[in-house]
Each structure stands twice: as C-alpha cells, then as structure tokens.
Design a binder for this molecule. Structure first.
Ligand code: THU
Length: 140
C-alpha cells in the first residue's frame, strides 16, 4: 500500500468528521491485502462519552463490508478544524488499538500504523502500540 495515498485517504476522511464538541477532526484509513481502502472519521454525540473515534468507525465499516483480516496498514491524521495534520502525530487511543487488533488478529497480520504529524509521520506496528494484545485467538 502506498503510504502517501493512504495518508491522503485519511486526510480526506477527516473532512467528514462530525466533531462539533471538540472541534478536533480525525480521519483514519485502513488498507487491505485485496487493495481496498476503508476510511472513517470521528462521530461525536451530545452525550459526549458516546463519541466514536475515526479508527473505530473505520473498523466498523470494514467489518460491515465483510472484512475479516488482511489489514496491512493504517493511517491516522487529526487536528483542530482547519489544522488537520498540522500538529503532533495523532496516535490511536487505547480503545481504537483494541478495535484495530480484532481485524488484524483475525487475519494474522501486524499492520503498520502511520500516525501523521506536521513534521513527521510515526511508523509503528500495531503490536508496538498494543503489545500482548487480547484478541479473538484467546477465546478459541
Ligand atoms: N479521536 C479519534 O477519532 N481517534 C483517536 O484515536 C483519538 C481521538 C477523536 C475523538 C474525539 O471526537 C476527538 O478526537 C477528541 O478527542
């Protein structure tokens, strides 16, 4: 998967964020082995704690499309409205790491996660972000 193209997809997704409470827009793009890309943006709620992060939305969309593995790479970008990608790299929150782990572990992949910032793009494996993850294989 082309890194720049995946980051561009995440940036595009961020433009659809519904984040009127934080004004922090996040976009995520998931690249699969079949060449497909599934994106997500954060969806906030007037009951703040119900907010869905961009990565979680993307995983939900992918699973609803029938994806059960093949996750090769993830790009995440965010920032205040009008400044997406302008600050420090945005790393997935803990819940999102776990959500990403589900689809990764189903297909026995350890995806690259590109966390986009203004002056650098962190490149980490999901296993670095979530070591010794609990996943579907633990329930077999
Ligand atoms: N957010 C994400 O979408 N992904 C993350 O990994 C971190 C945080 C969103 C949730 C909320 O809408 C906003 O960023 C501020 O926390």
């Amino acid at each position: 998967m082309d890194k720049d193209a995946l980051i561009a997809a995440a940036r595009q997704a961020a433009s659809t964020a519904y984040a009127p409470y934080s004004n922090f827009h996040v976009g995520a793009a998931l690249a699969f082995a079949d060449g497909s890309v599934v994106t997500g943006a954060n969806v906030e709620n007037a009951s703040y704690g119900l907010t869905l992060c961009a990565e979680t939305v993307a995983v939900g969309k992918a699973m609803a499309e029938g994806k059960r593995g093949g996750l090769q790479a993830v790009a995440v970008i965010g920032g205040k409205v009008g400044h997406v990608g302008a600050g420090d790299p945005v790393t997935p929150c803990g819940r999102c790491r776990q959500m990403l782990n589900e689809v990764a572990q189903l297909g026995s992949t350890d995806p690259l996660v590109w966390c986009v910032g203004e002056s650098d793009v962190l490149e980490l494996r999901l296993s670095e972000l979530l070591p010794r993850a609990f996943g579907p294989s633990a329930l077999e």
